[in-house]
Each structure stands twice: as structure tokens, then as C-alpha cells.
Design a protein around this ligand. Structure first.
Ligand code: ARG
Length: 472
């Protein structure tokens, strides 16, 4: 009655509204190349195990390769009624090579097939993201290296706190994105597991060789439990969680670029090629790129939440709910790649106003901590020094003076421990360069951090070389 591959036990045609409601072809078509590669490996394994003949296998493989070419050329019609990419390809194969096509689905189910495809897709895309994170970090390090002398105010509570090197601030993001890269690599190890052969949920009675399939497809591991293999999606959740964290970092960087490029800060200027104007206010140059990156963080968090929520109540093993894993996954891959790519291009072209930054760093009593530390070196207890400098600050605010404008006489009214040498200590360069504790902003530290980063990045580039060649 029905022409569906599963139509045998049905007496009624699927309602058209159900066909479009259940169909995933609109989005899972992007898996086609993995579906075909996976099917070819499966078919070769079936022949090796004498489950189908060599002759049948060659016919099927050739048919599949032709379909890959047809799809690439845009010469392939997708049918919603065939639900998904897996059934669309199989149906076309049947049209092209006849009855022998029906043997391809021996010893597998769409449940393990879809997992194989998704894992292969993710393996490629997460590798791309890992490489993009190297690119972004290279851009950050370059920017840091080219602005070694720029001093800016460092903030806590969004209040000016202590001066820091602009490069130190940038290298903080380098660290965040380094951890992101490590998280994606870690996720990759759990993505790279071969599930085909788990079949519907319980495994199969055919004498298959999953090791062989894994070898053909370059998987270092095979799923250990068929129900887990078709019924778990934590490898996707883990990726989405890593993506969400990475987007937090992207979004914070965006927020800073937006603030810094405002008239009030004026620390940086976004290059024209990465900004947009206003249709009504001719004077405006808007930081739309950072704003959109900040905004897109929301949709990635949404994808993670969607997947966690979709999975939390599901009994083992496969449930159709799980088809809903794909759109959040695909959207996150596209979004994250887009954000990383645009920042890798934008950052090297950022115009930095070192005068505005340094002016910002000289304001707001930022020398206060160093003044207190100075008193400590003269034998004052830190708490007493803190209270004393607090009073000096209060006095300066009343007098509308900067701390550095006070004379030694003024200072001595607050503590006899102040001496002439206080003034050389309170230069902004001193405040930076004396912060030599590990990870502190002293120039020699930051230089060292940049050098180390460059070495790390060089190793990463070499590590990516084989992946890049494979893609070319
Ligand atoms: N399109 C489906 C998915 O993404 C394929 C698996 C369908 N399996 C099934 N038993 N209906 O989950």
C-alpha cells in the first residue's frame, strides 16, 4: 500500500501533515556525504564477512558514489515523504541500481546509522573549530605583541582599579580560548567512537565485523554497549557545553570592544570594514559585529538547554525525540564557526588609541594600592597602610587633586613613613613593572607569556597540518 521502506505492516498512507511534521530532510541533508561514506564502509564490511557478495558490494558502492556526485552537482531531488537523508539516499539507490540496493541496510538500523553520520560530521566540524581557535588566538597574540607599550586601566566592578598592559588584558583572552580549545579536543575523544552495528538497540544476529568498519572509517574506538550507542547524546551535549562556554568568552570580548569603541572610552576603533552606519544618524559607526557575537551567545546557550531538556526524561534506548538533536547542533556549529572566523579577521585590524588608554590609566587614584604597599615596605602594617591611604584619597577628592599631585609635606600629614622615594614609585611604568608575581602584568612577564604562546601556537599549527591536507 505505502511505498515507505517500513510500509510492510501499514494499511493506510501516511497523512501528508505527518509527513512534513516528522521529516528531518530539510536539515539532515547536510549529513549526506557522511551517510554515503558510512554506507560504503558498511557495505565493504558486509562483503568481507560474506553477508553479501563482492559483486553486490561493488554495485552498491558504485551506486553510492554516483549519488554523491549527483548531490554535489545539485542533481538530486530530496523528498519530504522519505523522511530523512538516509532514506532519500537509499530510495535513490534502489531507483538507480535496482533490487540489490535493498541489501545495503542488512545488519544496521537507521538508529545506529544516524549516530554514525552525526559522529563523522562532528569529528570534522569540531576539528575545524579547534583549528579556528588556534587562528583566533594567533590574532590575539599578534595584537598583544604589536602593542607591548600600551597601558590601560584594569577594572574590577567596572571601576578603574590598577593599570595593566593592554597586552596583558588580551593575553587573558588567549588563556580563555586556550582552555576552550582543550575542551573541544577532549570532546573530540568521545565523539570519535564507531556505533554502527548496534543496529536498532540490541545489536545484530549477522556475523558483522565492527572493527573493520571502524578501521575503514578511521575510528579509534567502538561503542561498548548497543543501547548506549543508539540512546545517548552526551557527546553532543558535551560539545554544546564547550561551545556555550566559548561563546561566553566571545561575548565578554565583544562587550569590551563595544564599550572601548564608545565615545566615552575611545580606547579602540573598529575598522570600517567591520562596522556599519545608521540609516538616520550620519555621524554613527556602530559595532554591529561584536554586538551580534554577543547576541549569538544566547542562541548557543539555548541549544545546550534544548538538548539537555529534550534528553532528560527519555527512557532507553532510541526515541524519536532525539531527531531534535540536529538543529541545535548544526546551528551551534555554524554560529560558533562564524563568530571565530569574523574575529580572527577583525582583531588584527583593530585601531588602538594608546593615548586614550593611558589617560584612562592615570585617572581614578589607581596609585592607591602601590602607595599602601610602599608604606608596608617602610614598616607600616598593611591594614594601617590601607586606612592611611584611604584618608589620603579622601583628602585628594576634597581638594580635587590627583594623588600624584600631593607634595611630600601633604603626605607626611597622613604618615611620617612617606619619603622622597615615593614619587619615583608612583609612575605608571613602575606600577606595571613591579607586578612580577607569576601571571602578573609586568612587561617582562607579558613578554614571556607571549613567547610561550607563540611556541604553543606553532606546535598547534604543525598538529593541524594533516587535517588541513586531508580537507584540501
Ligand atoms: N531521522 C531520524 C533521526 O534523526 C533517523 C532515525 C529514525 N529512526 C527511527 N526508528 N525512526 O533520529
Amino acid at each position: 500500500m505505502s511505498e515507505k521502506p517500513w510500509g510492510g505492516r501499514f494499511t493506510e498512507k501516511t497523512d501528508p501533515s505527518v509527513e512534513s511534521f516528522t521529516s528531518s530532510i530539510a536539515f539532515d541533508k547536510r549529513l549526506y556525504i557522511y551517510d554515503i561514506e558510512g554506507s560504503i564502509a558498511h557495505c565493504r564490511m558486509l562483503a568481507k564477512q560474506l553477508i553479501i557478495t563482492e559483486e553486490e558490494a561493488s554495485q552498491i558502492v558504485e551506486g553510492l558514489l554516483k549519488i554523491a556526485r549527483d548531490i554535489e552537482r545539485g542533481d538530486f531531488e530530496l523528498h519530504e515523504s522519505l523522511e530523512d537523508i538516509h532514506m532519500n539516499i537509499e530510495a535513490q539507490l534502489t531507483t538507480d541500481i535496482g533490487a540489490v540496493a535493498q541489501k545495503l541496510h542488512t545488519a544496521r538500523s537507521r538508529n545506529d546509522q544516524v549516530l554514525l553520520d552525526v559522529r563523522m560530521y562532528m569529528r570534522d566540524e569540531v576539528t575545524n573549530i579547534v583549528m579556528a581557535l588556534t587562528g583566533l588566538r594567533q590574532a590575539l597574540v599578534e595584537l598583544a605583541k604589536n602593542h607591548m607599550d600600551v597601558i590601560m586601566p584594569g577594572y574590577t566592578h567596572m571601576q578603574p582599579a590598577q593599570p595593566v598592559l593592554f597586552s596583558h588584558h588580551l593575553m587573558a583572552y588567549y588563556e580563555m580560548f586556550s582552555r576552550d580549545r582543550a575542551r573541544f579536543k577532549e570532546a573530540l575523544s568521545r565523539i570519535n567512537v564507531m556505533p554502527l552495528g548496534s543496529a536498532a538497540l540490541a545489536g545484530t544476529t549477522y556475523p558483522i565485523d565492527m572493527k573493520h568498519t571502524a578501521e575503514l572509517l578511521g575510528f579509534p574506538e567502538i561503542s561498548a554497549n548497543s543501547m548506549d550507542a543508539v540512546g545517548s547524546r552526551d557527546f553532543i551535549m558535551e560539545f554544546l557545553a564547550a561551545a556555550a562556554i566559548c561563546m561566553v568568552h566571545m561575548s565578554r570580548l565583544s562587550e569590551e570592544l563595544i564599550l572601548w569603541s564608545s565615545a566615552e572610552f575611545g580606547f579602540v576603533e573598529i575598522p570600517d570594514a567591520f562596522a556599519t552606519g545608521s540609516s538616520i544618524m550620519p555621524q554613527k559607526k556602530n559595532p554591529d559585529v561584536p554586538e551580534l557575537v554577543r547576541g549569538k551567545a544566547g542562541r548557543v546557550f539555548g541549544s545546550l538547554t534544548a538538548l539537555l531538556t529534550m534528553m532528560k526524561g527519555l527512557p532507553l534506548s532510541y526515541n524519536r525525540d532525539m531527531q531534535e538533536d540536529k538543529e541545535p547542533l548544526f546551528d551551534t556549529v555554524d554560529t560558533l564557526k562564524g563568530c571565530l572566523e569574523v574575529y580572527e579577521k577583525l582583531l588584527p585590524r583593530l585601531k588602538v588609541d594608546s593615548t586614550a588608554m593611558e589617560k584612562g590609566a592615570s585617572r581614578g587614584f589607581m596609585v592607591a594600592t602601590d602607595m599602601a604597599d610602599y608604606l608596608v615596605t617602610k614598616g607600616v602594617a598593611f591594614r594601617d597602610a590601607h586606612r592611611c591611604v584611604g584618608e589620603v584619597v579622601r583628602h585628594s577628592i576634597d581638594e580635587k587633586k590627583d594623588l600624584r599631585e600631593l607634595s611630600l609635606g601633604d603626605l607626611k600629614k597622613f604618615s611620617q613613613a612617606f619619603d622622597e622615594d615615593i614619587f619615583e614609585l608612583l609612575t605608571i611604568e613602575q606600577m606595571i613593572n613591579r607586578r612580577t608575581s607569576l601571571g602578573g602584568t609586568a612587561k617582562k612577564n607579558v613578554k614571556k607569556a607571549i613567547k610561550k604562546a607563540e611556541e604553543t601556537l606553532k606546535l598547534e599549527v604543525a598538529e593541524h597540518e594533516p587535517d588541513k591536507q586531508e580537507k584540501a
